[in-house]
Design a protein around this ligand. Structure first.
Ligand SMILES: Nc1ncnc2c1ncn2[C@@H]1O[C@H](COP(=O)(O)OP(=O)(O)O)[C@@H](O)[C@H]1O
Ligand SMILES: [Mg+2]
Length: 256
């Protein structure tokens, strides 16, 4: 907020200006994460790649010298197991770093005009088998069938898929599971897309973590879904917002 006073025609005025710094803060935070993670993944790859190949070499050597060690069969087994573990864990770490590198690769957009109804139709077609199988009701609310976006269709579809997949997981133990897709134009002529579910909700204490790369509360979650959504929305100079109430549900809003 900034303020200034001035005088004109003998009258005194005070001019107060409000500026929304949300987006700038968001972008700074996101860039900081990206920088940190790219340094980290670089370091991980550099140190783990040789560990992984060393494990391979050691394993081969061990097999070659097995005849010499035949009087200590237990020792050979132990060594093999240890080396195998080093190999497996280092391959896991390499894969983790590789995933992040791929995540960070999206830097340019292929912008076209696209109907929101087409985006919804595609998404519906794609998700219908899963939704049917899990008996989840999908409601689409689109009052203006001509509502359009200027966006990278593939990437926005990816965002919607990620949000719907999360919603499907969130309604797993809801009685009458339901997901709503809605599209409309806001007062200041932004196009807004909403993905809402009546699932378990997001606890307040993790709300500020859900967009952090690799943050997940799921046993086998990758934690990259929402951070990818955010990255894609920021590339579009748009935004992603969330509202949630525990055991009531969650709404994600994409602002274009
Ligand atoms: N619709 C939702 N309802 C409840 N929690 C959600 C929802 N979407 C995301 N979350 C929370 O945000 C976390 C991060 O989501 P995401 O980045 O997609 O990673 P992942 O799905 O692999 O865990 C999830 O683990 C979950 O705790
Ligand atoms: Mg997810």
């Amino acid at each position: 907020m900034s303020a200034t006073s001035f005088q004109t025609d003998g009258k005194k005025y005070k001019l107060i200006a409000f500026q929304n710094v949300d987006e700038a803060l968001d972008e700074t935070e996101s860039k900081a994460w990206q920088k940190l993670l790219s340094v980290m993944t670089h370091e991980i790859m550099n140190s783990v790649a040789p560990i992984s190949s060393l494990a391979d070499t050691l394993k081969n050597r061990l097999q070659q010298s097995a005849p010499l060690l035949k009087h200590h069969p237990g020792a050979v087994d132990d060594l093999e197991l240890g080396i195998e573990t080093i190999k497996r864990r280092s391959e896991g770490l390499l894969k983790f770093a590789e995933t992040y590198r791929n995540l960070n690769k999206i830097t340019t957009l292929n912008l076209t005009k696209v109907y929101v109804r087409d985006l919804f139709e595609n998404l519906h077609r794609l998700m219908q088998p899963t939704l049917e199988q899990k008996e989840i009701e999908l409601e689409i609310i689109l009052k203006d069938p001509d509502l359009m976006l200027e966006a990278d269709t593939n990437l926005v579809e990816q965002v919607l898929i990620n949000l719907v997949v999360n919603a499907i997981e969130a309604v797993k133990s809801t009685n009458q599971p339901r997901i709503i897709l809605a599209g409309y134009q806001s007062g200041n002529s932004k196009t807004i897309i909403k993905v809402a579910d009546n699932g378990l909700g997001i606890p307040a204490e993790i709300m500020d973590k859900i967009f952090i790369p690799f943050f997940s509360t799921k046993k086998h979650g990758s934690g990259i879904g929402l951070s990818l959504c955010k990255q894609i929305m920021m590339l579009h100079r748009g935004n992603i917002q969330v509202q949630s109430a525990t055991s009531e549900g969650t709404v994600f809003m994409l602002l274009f």
